[in-house]
Structure formats: structure tokens, C-alpha cells
Design a binder for this molecule. Structure first.
Ligand code: FAD
Ligand code: NAP
Length: 318
């Protein structure tokens, strides 16, 4: 239940971008609320370890998320555990609709809703989700102790999670559709020197095969020769990219061809008073430090927007 009739800032999403925005808007003395549909921390919660957040050499994703959350809560940031279903722009106040039925009125909105793992869209994927198919090694790796698994993908997530699974599983096949990884050089070096990881390049999965006990194999096709084969595995970890949660972008808001929200340098979208930060924004790279810094920029810019509008008497005070 919302504590205010009108908020200066409504923040959508409690990942690094949203929580950093929460810290900065509260420090700017804004009436703010953050709406999060799941566990605060966003994708960081499903990250095993973080080694590239400046000032913290090595920390678990869970611990870093908790630090962000506790920091935001230390400024008495109000949080609502609910899902935002729509953002409706208005000339004076924007409306943020919640699945629970409530409608929050906001002078400004920061959309920091990140994104979610992409699906492979092959037969057997959805049917076997939770029965051998996973999108999170940190969450499910434990269930594959001493078993043979495969990882699909060639980005940072696939490389990082192949390394993670190598410590738990008996053997890890890392299957990538090209002959070169997209992931960072340092992770590539680690993968190449990990004896439990066997790399299969130029190959795509065409289906995931199961029996009543769960996944038993993955059907593969070589992208160069066209050859097919069945590879016996008990787990299939799919890391083939990311879909931005741009469903929240209101009609008329400018988004890129691939669905990322476009902003100016203040991170204001094409709709005045609505800002966007983090992985959902069209930006150069997707990282925790980038999401957090964008949360900061969006917060400072939204606070400035609200103050200027109030000063000009364009907005009602609460
Ligand atoms: P998110 O973290 O996606 O948070 C968005 C939040 O919004 C979520 O909590 C979600 O539940 C919420 N939300 C979405 N829709 C709604 C809605 N409609 N209503 C309410 N709430 C909503 N980066 C690094 O810098 N270092 C790493 O080591 C690293 N490892 C990674 C490992 C994995 C497996 C993954 C997937 C990513 C990793 N990243 C890493 C990238 C990093 O996690 C992201 O760049 C960062 O989390 C983006 O933050 P965000 O706040 O923009 O979005
Ligand atoms: P990503 O970088 O988009 O990589 C996706 C991978 O999946 C690519 O290698 C792609 O192949 C492959 N792929 C896509 N569709 C496929 C399909 N249908 N079949 C087979 N393979 C397919 O995604 P990500 O690895 O999840 O990373 C997302 C973002 O988070 C990135 O910006 C990344 O840097 C960041 N991240 C950072 C860290 C870290 O810093 N430690 C860790 C994890 C994630 P192609 O290469 O051929 O396109």
C-alpha cells in the first residue's frame, strides 16, 4: 500500500540501477518509492561472484545485492513488492499501474526494469525447464553434482557459468554457434585452460531430449558441415543473451530496433519526466557498475526535473 498520494519519483525495478537511483533520490530529499516484483538485487542475485565492481575485489552476487538494498533502505526508501503493469504518461503527473490494482501518481518516473534471459526456442526446452533445463547455474548447478552437463552460448554469462559448473559437474560441454567467443578475453583464457570444460564450436542445439527422469541428451547440428549427433547430458544450461523488459515503455516512447529504451545524456526518455537507467537502456555495455552509475544520473536528473517544475509552479505539491 502506497504511503503517499503523489510521489516525486517512482522507481521501477530494484536491481543495481533502481537501488542506486533510490539512494540518490532520497539523498536529494525526494518523496520516492521503489516498486520491485521479485527479490531486490535484480540479475545480481543470480550471479555467483562479482569480481569487477570497483572497490570490492570479490563478493557473491547475493551479498552485493544485499549491500545495495540495505544502503537504499538506510535512507528510508519506501519499497512496494509488486509488479508494474503499465506506465501511463500525463501532462502533469504520470501514472504507474501495479498488478495489485494500485495506481501510483508520480511527478517523475525512473524505469530500471532490466531484462531477462533469452530462450533458445528449440523443442524440449520449455517442457524440461526445471527438469534439466536451466537459465541459472548459480541457482541450479548444485543439482548437477558429478553429472555431465552442457552450456549453450558464447558470451560472458556462458563462459562464467561454464567455469562455475566445472567445479560441480563431472564434465561440461560448452557449445557455441561460431568458432569464436563473444565473452571477455579473461574469461576465455580461463575456459580454455579448464580441463573439465570441453568446447564444441560451430554447433547449435536443435532439440533437448528427455525421458521420464528428465533431460537425457541434446541433439546437435554442426553449422558448417550440417552433421547431426546426440550428445548425452543430464543438464542443459542456456545462456544465449538477454531481452530488455521494454514492455513497460509507454506508447510513443522511443526505443531501439532491439527493444532498448533511448535517452538523452540526462537519461531522460523521449517522454519528459520519464527516465531510464541500466540494462534496459540503449547503452554500450551491461555491467553492475554501469547500471549503478546510470541509476545515479537518472536520480539526479529526475530530482532536478521535479525541483524545476515545482519552482515554476507547474506541479502540485503533496
Ligand atoms: P536488473 O539487474 O535486471 O534489475 C531489474 C529489476 O527490475 C529486477 O529486480 C526485476 O525483478 C525488476 N523488474 C522488472 N520488471 C518489473 C516490473 N514490471 N515491475 C517491477 N519490477 C520489475 N555485471 C557485472 O558488472 N559483473 C558481473 O560479474 C556480472 N555477472 C553477471 C552474471 C549473470 C548470470 C548475469 C545474467 C549478468 C551479470 N552481470 C554482471 C550483468 C549485471 O548483472 C547487469 O548489468 C545489472 O544487474 C543490470 O542492472 P539493472 O538494475 O539495470 O537491471
Ligand atoms: P550476450 O553477450 O548477448 O551473448 C549471447 C551469446 O549467445 C552469444 O555468444 C550468441 O552468439 C549466443 N546466442 C544467441 N542466440 C543464440 C541461439 N539462438 N543459439 C545459439 N547461440 C545463441 O549475452 P550474455 O552472455 O548473457 O551477457 C549479457 C550482458 O551481461 C553482456 O553485456 C555481458 O558483458 C554482461 N555480463 C557480464 C559479466 C561479467 O562482466 N563478468 C558476466 C555475465 C554477463 P554470437 O556470439 O554468435 O552472437
Amino acid at each position: 500500500m502506497a504511503q503517499k498520494e503523489i510521489y516525486d519519483v517512482v522507481i521501477i525495478g530494484g536491481g543495481p540501477a533502481g537501488l542506486a537511483a533510490g539512494i540518490y533520490v532520497k539523498r536529494a530529499a525526494m518523496d520516492a518509492v521503489l516498486v520491485e516484483k521479485g527479490v531486490p538485487g535484480g540479475q545480481v542475485c543470480i550471479t555467483k561472484g562479482v569480481e569487477n565492481y570497483p572497490g570490492i575485489a570479490d563478493i557473491s552476487g547475493f551479498d552485493l545485492s544485499d549491500k545495495f538494498y540495505q544502503h537504499a533502505k538506510s535512507y528510508d526508501l519506501e519499497t512496494i513488492p509488486d509488479e508494474v503493469t503499465a506506465v501511463e504518461p500525463g501532462s502533469e503527473l504520470h501514472s504507474v499501474r501495479l498488478a495489485g490494482g494500485e495506481v501510483l501518481k508520480a511527478r517523475s518516473v525512473i524505469i530500471a526494469a532490466g531484462g531477462t534471459a533469452k530462450k533458445l526456442n528449440v523443442p524440449g526446452e520449455i517442457e524440461n525447464f526445471g527438469k534439466g533445463v536451466s537459465y541459472c547455474a548459480t541457482c541450479d548447478g548444485f543439482f548437477f553434482r558429478g553429472k555431465v552437463v552442457c552450456v549453450i552460448g558464447g558470451g560472458d554469462t556462458a563462459l562464467e557459468d561454464a567455469l562455475y559448473l566445472a567445479k560441480i559437474a563431472k564434465h561440461v560441454y560448452l557449445i557455441h554457434r561460431r568458432d569464436e567467443f563473444r565473452g571477455s578475453k579473461i574469461l576465455q583464457q580461463r575456459v580454455f585452460s579448464e580441463p573439465s570444460v570441453e568446447i564444441i564450436f560451430n554447433t547449435v542445439p536443435t532439440s533437448i531430449l528427455s525421458d521420464p527422469f528428465g533431460v537425457r541428451a541434446v541433439a546437435l547440428q554442426n553449422t558448417v558441415t550440417g552433421d547431426t549427433k546426440e550428445l548425452p547430458v543430464e543438464g542443459v544450461f542456456i545462456f544465449v543473451g538477454f531481452s530488455p523488459n521494454s514492455v513497460l515503455a509507454p506508447e510513443g516512447m522511443k526505443i531501439s530496433e532491439s527493444g532498448y529504451i533511448l535517452t538523452d545524456e540526462k537519461l531522460e526518455t523521449s517522454i519528459p519526466g520519464i527516465f531510464c537507467a541500466g540494462d534496459l537502456r540503449q547503452n554500450f555495455a551491461k555491467q553492475i557498475v554501469i547500471a549503478a552509475s546510470e541509476g545515479c544520473i537518472a536520480a539526479l536528473a529526475s530530482a532536478r526535473y521535479v525541483e524545476e517544475k515545482k519552482a515554476r509552479g507547474h506541479l502540485k505539491t503533496a
